[in-house]
Design a protein around this ligand. Structure first.
Ligand code: ZN
Length: 170
Protein backbone atom coordinates (compact mmCIF):
# COMPACT_ATOMS: atom_id res chain seq x y z
CA UNK A 1 0.00 0.00 0.00
CA UNK A 2 1.52 3.29 -1.06
CA UNK A 3 -0.22 6.60 -0.73
CA UNK A 4 1.28 9.18 -3.04
CA UNK A 5 1.60 12.90 -2.32
CA UNK A 6 -1.05 14.94 -4.12
CA UNK A 7 0.39 18.11 -5.64
CA UNK A 8 -1.38 21.37 -4.96
CA UNK A 9 -1.75 24.55 -6.99
CA UNK A 10 0.50 26.47 -7.80
CA UNK A 11 2.82 23.50 -8.39
CA UNK A 12 3.91 23.94 -12.05
CA UNK A 13 3.68 20.17 -12.64
CA UNK A 14 -0.12 20.55 -12.52
CA UNK A 15 0.13 22.77 -15.59
CA UNK A 16 2.06 20.38 -17.84
CA UNK A 17 0.33 18.58 -20.72
CA UNK A 18 0.51 14.85 -19.95
CA UNK A 19 2.09 12.43 -22.42
CA UNK A 20 0.26 9.40 -23.81
CA UNK A 21 1.12 6.08 -22.18
CA UNK A 22 3.11 3.87 -24.57
CA UNK A 23 4.35 1.05 -22.34
CA UNK A 24 1.86 -1.21 -20.58
CA UNK A 25 4.08 -2.91 -18.03
CA UNK A 26 4.16 -3.71 -14.31
CA UNK A 27 5.36 -0.17 -13.48
CA UNK A 28 2.20 1.23 -15.02
CA UNK A 29 0.05 -1.30 -13.14
CA UNK A 30 1.82 -0.37 -9.89
CA UNK A 31 1.26 3.35 -10.49
CA UNK A 32 -2.43 2.72 -11.23
CA UNK A 33 -2.71 0.72 -8.00
CA UNK A 34 -1.00 3.46 -5.96
CA UNK A 35 -3.12 6.13 -7.63
CA UNK A 36 -6.27 4.17 -6.72
CA UNK A 37 -5.14 3.71 -3.11
CA UNK A 38 -4.31 7.40 -2.90
CA UNK A 39 -7.78 8.30 -4.23
CA UNK A 40 -9.40 5.95 -1.72
CA UNK A 41 -7.49 7.64 1.11
CA UNK A 42 -9.35 10.89 0.30
CA UNK A 43 -13.00 11.88 -0.05
CA UNK A 44 -12.48 12.56 -3.78
CA UNK A 45 -14.06 10.68 -6.68
CA UNK A 46 -11.25 11.05 -9.22
CA UNK A 47 -7.48 11.44 -9.40
CA UNK A 48 -5.11 11.83 -12.34
CA UNK A 49 -1.44 10.85 -12.64
CA UNK A 50 -0.29 14.49 -13.12
CA UNK A 51 -1.69 15.25 -9.64
CA UNK A 52 0.89 12.90 -8.14
CA UNK A 53 3.72 14.27 -10.29
CA UNK A 54 3.53 11.73 -13.14
CA UNK A 55 2.85 13.53 -16.39
CA UNK A 56 1.14 10.69 -18.26
CA UNK A 57 -2.42 10.18 -19.51
CA UNK A 58 -3.68 7.96 -16.71
CA UNK A 59 -6.61 8.64 -14.41
CA UNK A 60 -8.76 6.78 -11.94
CA UNK A 61 -12.34 7.43 -10.83
CA UNK A 62 -14.49 5.71 -8.25
CA UNK A 63 -18.07 6.92 -7.87
CA UNK A 64 -19.33 3.84 -6.05
CA UNK A 65 -20.79 4.32 -2.59
CA UNK A 66 -18.67 1.47 -1.17
CA UNK A 67 -15.61 2.93 -2.93
CA UNK A 68 -14.62 -0.44 -4.26
CA UNK A 69 -15.19 0.03 -8.00
CA UNK A 70 -12.23 1.98 -9.37
CA UNK A 71 -12.20 2.67 -13.10
CA UNK A 72 -8.88 3.21 -14.86
CA UNK A 73 -8.68 5.24 -18.06
CA UNK A 74 -5.47 5.45 -20.09
CA UNK A 75 -5.01 7.82 -23.07
CA UNK A 76 -8.72 8.75 -22.91
CA UNK A 77 -10.46 10.63 -25.69
CA UNK A 78 -13.92 12.03 -25.17
CA UNK A 79 -16.78 13.22 -27.22
CA UNK A 80 -19.27 15.51 -25.47
CA UNK A 81 -22.73 14.11 -26.18
CA UNK A 82 -24.99 15.64 -23.51
CA UNK A 83 -26.45 19.01 -22.59
CA UNK A 84 -24.54 21.86 -21.07
CA UNK A 85 -24.92 22.12 -17.29
CA UNK A 86 -23.39 24.03 -14.38
CA UNK A 87 -21.76 21.90 -11.68
CA UNK A 88 -20.25 22.77 -8.32
CA UNK A 89 -16.79 21.24 -8.22
CA UNK A 90 -13.83 20.91 -5.94
CA UNK A 91 -10.40 19.39 -6.51
CA UNK A 92 -7.87 17.49 -4.40
CA UNK A 93 -5.18 19.83 -5.79
CA UNK A 94 -7.15 22.94 -4.72
CA UNK A 95 -8.05 22.20 -1.10
CA UNK A 96 -10.82 24.39 0.33
CA UNK A 97 -11.93 25.82 -3.02
CA UNK A 98 -15.27 25.26 -4.70
CA UNK A 99 -16.59 26.73 -7.90
CA UNK A 100 -19.42 26.39 -10.38
CA UNK A 101 -18.10 25.09 -13.68
CA UNK A 102 -19.79 24.66 -17.08
CA UNK A 103 -19.76 20.99 -18.10
CA UNK A 104 -21.72 18.58 -20.28
CA UNK A 105 -24.09 15.94 -18.85
CA UNK A 106 -22.97 12.97 -20.98
CA UNK A 107 -19.83 11.84 -22.76
CA UNK A 108 -18.62 8.97 -24.90
CA UNK A 109 -15.09 7.95 -23.92
CA UNK A 110 -12.58 5.76 -25.69
CA UNK A 111 -9.58 4.70 -23.66
CA UNK A 112 -7.12 1.88 -23.02
CA UNK A 113 -7.02 -0.43 -20.02
CA UNK A 114 -3.89 -1.55 -18.14
CA UNK A 115 -3.26 -4.29 -20.72
CA UNK A 116 -3.39 -1.73 -23.53
CA UNK A 117 -6.78 -2.92 -24.78
CA UNK A 118 -9.18 -0.30 -26.13
CA UNK A 119 -12.67 0.08 -24.70
CA UNK A 120 -15.52 2.51 -25.17
CA UNK A 121 -18.07 3.67 -22.61
CA UNK A 122 -20.96 6.11 -22.33
CA UNK A 123 -21.00 8.09 -19.08
CA UNK A 124 -23.78 10.23 -17.61
CA UNK A 125 -24.18 12.96 -15.02
CA UNK A 126 -21.56 13.00 -12.19
CA UNK A 127 -19.68 10.21 -13.90
CA UNK A 128 -19.40 12.25 -17.09
CA UNK A 129 -18.56 15.43 -15.17
CA UNK A 130 -15.85 13.69 -13.14
CA UNK A 131 -14.22 12.41 -16.32
CA UNK A 132 -14.25 15.90 -17.85
CA UNK A 133 -12.60 17.25 -14.67
CA UNK A 134 -9.89 14.54 -14.66
CA UNK A 135 -9.25 14.95 -18.38
CA UNK A 136 -8.66 18.64 -17.76
CA UNK A 137 -5.80 17.60 -15.46
CA UNK A 138 -4.25 15.62 -18.33
CA UNK A 139 -4.28 18.86 -20.35
CA UNK A 140 -2.73 20.88 -17.51
CA UNK A 141 -6.01 22.62 -16.75
CA UNK A 142 -7.73 23.17 -13.38
CA UNK A 143 -11.43 23.76 -12.75
CA UNK A 144 -10.77 27.33 -11.59
CA UNK A 145 -9.71 28.09 -15.18
CA UNK A 146 -13.30 27.37 -16.23
CA UNK A 147 -15.05 29.36 -13.50
CA UNK A 148 -16.49 32.43 -15.19
CA UNK A 149 -15.31 35.93 -14.38
CA UNK A 150 -18.90 36.71 -13.40
CA UNK A 151 -18.92 33.85 -10.89
CA UNK A 152 -15.53 34.90 -9.49
CA UNK A 153 -16.87 38.45 -9.04
CA UNK A 154 -20.03 37.02 -7.46
CA UNK A 155 -17.97 34.92 -5.01
CA UNK A 156 -15.89 37.96 -4.13
CA UNK A 157 -19.11 40.01 -3.79
CA UNK A 158 -20.76 37.56 -1.39
CA UNK A 159 -17.53 37.34 0.63
CA UNK A 160 -17.46 41.15 0.87
CA UNK A 161 -21.16 41.23 1.82
CA UNK A 162 -20.58 38.64 4.53
CA UNK A 163 -17.65 40.67 5.89
CA UNK A 164 -19.79 43.85 5.90
CA UNK A 165 -22.60 42.08 7.74
CA UNK A 166 -20.14 40.77 10.30
CA UNK A 167 -18.75 44.27 10.80
CA UNK A 168 -22.28 45.58 11.32
CA UNK A 169 -23.09 42.77 13.76
CA UNK A 170 -19.90 43.38 15.74
ZN1 ZN B 1 -8.98 17.88 -9.72
Amino acid sequence: MACLTILEEPDPRLRAVAKPVETFDSDLAMLAKDLTETLHSTSGIGLSAPQVGRSIQLLVMDLSEERNTPEIYINPQIQLTGQRCMVEESCLSLPGLEGVVPRVTAVRVRALDLAGNAFERELQDMHAVCLQHEMDHLAGRLFIDRVSLLHRLYMRGTAALRAAKQRRAA
